[in-house]
Design a protein around this ligand. Structure first.
Ligand code: NAD
Length: 482
């Protein structure tokens, strides 16, 4: 099944930070893949803009190197490479200076769809927005794309929003959370709102609890000093995990459009209860014989920043009252695995004599690896010998079910959504601020108490206390497995 490609209008995409890591690893390969898929024509213009003094030809060489390294399509599509590179151009610009802006202006036209991707440090967003405005480069319909982190607390997020709002309308601002671009995350909405069978059960009458896990095997080595200023809560929970939680918990919007969806997500964030300190477990990975500890990686022997966090959250509304949402994310864990698990309540009574139950249906939505959805159901064990029950997965692995479908990766989908002008999968300003409003007091709380993160063994499931968090409630985490 080939995926359907709806071509987008001719566009100019300016990538500020076009020589950076994100541009090389994600943005350029994503654009190439969409070009190969036929989503845009050779009249598109992609303009790298960064500090390095490069010519257009040198930038095309840099982009080709990036494709070689990060794009699996590079080898098979050598014919398209030349055509793709032909669309690329470059301007040497300093966000805080005045050189290069007239040149950029000459390379882009307000008559076309214009998108400006701010793939630079957030401290430069204001300077870029101001100059795009001052040099009259961005037309009234232009879009700006901003990367995470969007602030480090509510105050800084508000300030960033206010700066962008001086030059752009909210309908022009695309705040990226690449988790929202994942195929399975969108499928979660299709599953909930496109089927009769889930929504009636999607509440505290039938659901026991929900687990959201985003586990990584890598440490913070290489960018430890930078990471140490944020930690797992700011880096992962405030954005990715909270976005997943919103999609799981939100009420059905009246229509699938940007503001209707984001209104419902915002209501969830606003209904999140404060989390008591004993419902939060923070951790740091220890050293092994061969690998450094978190504190070594962070180059901060007294660091109190967490490389792991687990927490028990509650949403105070009619649908979810009494249903815990357990969130967990960390570095150097057992496997690279992201999953949302909806654990249904156990049957109140079993009619099968000798059944050792309890049996629970579990709907598991896997984001990585092997994106897919499976549902644990209880069936009879095959063969003679009476009614013995076992729990087995009804597997809907996309790779199998959609055999041959070439589903776009998150960045591909999101960048094309920007060109199309569809904000549904992007965070609205008030959503980001509300998310910080919820996380700020939790962070301030552990900072004021000088809470020391628990140590955990690399390759484990995190600190013991995280296991206890569920154990105390008579529940257990799902295994972290690839
Ligand atoms: P990077 O340090 O690799 O690249 C930064 C880019 O910004 C370079 O092209 C550099 O020339 C340009 N730049 C720096 N100062 C400039 C100035 N004064 N004027 C013009 N250009 C300037 O950074 P990165 O990893 O590519 O990250 C870019 C942004 O994306 C950051 O906000 C980061 O937090 C975010 N982000 C990155 C990743 C990732 O995987 N790399 C993931 C999520 C978010």
């Amino acid at each position: 099944m080939a995926s359907r490609v709806i071509p987008v209008a001719p566009f100019d995409l300016v990538v500020f930070g076009g020589t950076g890591d994100l541009a090389k690893r994600k943005i350029i390969p994503a654009l190439f893949r969409r070009f190969v898929a036929g989503q845009f024509e050779e009249d598109a213009r992609i303009i790298g803009a960064a500090r390095a003094a490069l010519s257009g030809a040198e930038y095309r060489t840099l982009a080709e190197e990036a494709l070689k390294e990060f794009s699996a399509e590079y080898v098979e599509n050598s014919k398209e490479v030349a055509a793709f590179l032909h669309m690329l151009d470059y301007v040497s610009i300093d966000a805080t200076g005045d050189g290069g802006w007239e040149e950029l202006k000459a390379k882009t036209s307000t008559d076309r769809v214009q998108a400006f991707y701010f793939s630079v440090a957030p401290s430069l967003f204001g300077a870029l927005a101001e100059r795009l405005h001052a040099y009259q480069i961005a037309g009234p319909e232009a879009r700006v794309v901003v990367e995470k982190p969007f602030g480090r607390d509510q105050e800084t997020a508000k300030a960033l929003n206010a700066t962008l709002a001086e030059y752009f309308d909210e309908t022009q601002i695309y705040r990226i959370d690449h988790y929202l671009g994942k195929e399975t995350v969108q499928n979660l909405m299709a599953l909930r709102f496109g089927n009769m069978m889930f929504e009636p059960l999607w509440n505290n009458h039938y659901i026991d609890h929900i687990q959201i896990t985003v586990a990584e095997t890598v440490g913070v080595g290489g960018r430890g000093a930078y990471y140490d200023k944020s930690g797992a809560m700011r880096d992962m929970v405030q954005n990715h995990l909270m976005q997943l939680l919103c999609l799981i918990a939100m009420e059905p919007p009246a229509i699938y459009d940007a503001d209707a969806v984001r209104d419902e997500k915002l209501k969830v964030i606003r209904a999140l209860q404060p989390v008591a300190p004993h419902h939060i477990v923070r951790g740091q990975y220890e050293a092994t014989d061969t690998a450094p500890s978190y504190r070594d990686d962070a180059e901060n022997p007294r660091s109190f920043t967490e490389s792991f966090i687990a927490m028990r959250c509650e949403i105070a509304n009619w649908r979810w009252a009494g249903v815990p949402f357990y969130l967990r994310t960390g570095k150097k864990l057992r496997a690279r695995s992201s999953e949302i698990a909806v654990v249904f309540k156990a049957l109140g009574h079993s009619i099968f004599e000798g059944d050792t139950g309890p049996h629970r249906n579990i709907l598991s939505i896997r984001l990585q690896p092997n994106e897919g959805i499976d549902m644990t159901v209880t069936v009879k064990e095959p063969g003679p010998g009476g009614m013995r029950l076992i729990d087995v997965p009804l597997d809907l692995t996309f790779a199998e079910a959609m055999a041959g479908t070439d589903s776009p990766e998150a960045y591909e989908r999101l960048i094309m959504d920007v060109i199309r002008g569809n904000q549904t999968l992007f965070m609205r300003g008030d959503e980001v601020e509300a998310a910080w409003r919820w996380t700020d007091p939790l962070i301030n709380g552990w900072e004021a108490r000088n809470d020391v993160p628990k140590q955990y063994v690399p390759g484990s499931s995190g600190p013991e206390d995280a296991l206890m968090l569920l154990h105390r409630d008579g529940r257990r985490w799902r295994d972290i497995k690839a």
